[in-house]
Write a protein that binds this ligand. Structure first.
Ligand SMILES: [Zn+2]
Ligand SMILES: [Zn+2]
Length: 161
């Protein structure tokens, strides 16, 4: 668990998130362990934008309510991209259980100021006109050790909201 009692203040918990139409909601009772921008081609296509934004929360800290999430973004091994069945917003992604985290699409969080990306992933596929102001960059997806190191740094340095 990240130490949230530093001079940078405390996270305001719980945090809430919702899809575009509001039918699917999430409540997070622990702070994110890392916030990220992903530049992979898959995220570009899924978002219709230059990159995706995510906030990783401990799986057990996230409660899903409302509409039954629908899987989309098929064809991605090991990642279940879950959408609102009504408005089809991409709301969160389930990773293999070993990671112990659930990736909430950061723009769904109701205080989006708080979800500035701390790290970027898949830099190798970043579009040439894009620059994101982040503390850490990974050429590809970080492995478990890199993720642990990034999350320790995030706990130390990231701004809390
Ligand atoms: Zn919706
Ligand atoms: Zn991606």
């Amino acid at each position: 668990m990240p130490d949230t009692s530093s001079a940078k203040g405390e996270w305001t918990l719980p945090m809430t998130a919702s899809c575009r139409c509001g039918a699917l909601t999430l409540t997070m009772t622990a702070p994110p362990i890392l916030t990220m921008a992903c530049h992979c081609r898959g995220c570009q296509k899924m978002t219709g934008g230059a990159f995706s934004l995510s906030a990783a929360f401990p799986t057990g800290a996230v409660t899903i309510a409302g509409a039954e999430p629908q899987q989309g973004g098929l064809g991605t091994e090991g990642q279940d991209h879950m959408h609102c069945p009504r408005c089809l917003s991409w709301v969160f992604t389930r990773l293999p259980e070993a990671y112990g985290i659930l990736n909430v699409r950061a723009p769904m969080i109701d205080v989006p100021e708080g979800i500035a990306p701390f790290a970027e992933t898949q830099d190798a596929e970043k579009l040439p006109f894009v620059h994101v102001d982040v503390a850490m960059s990974f050429e590809r997806f970080p492995d478990m050790d890199e993720l642990t190191a990034a999350s320790a740094r995030f706990a130390e340095e990231a701004a809390r909201v």
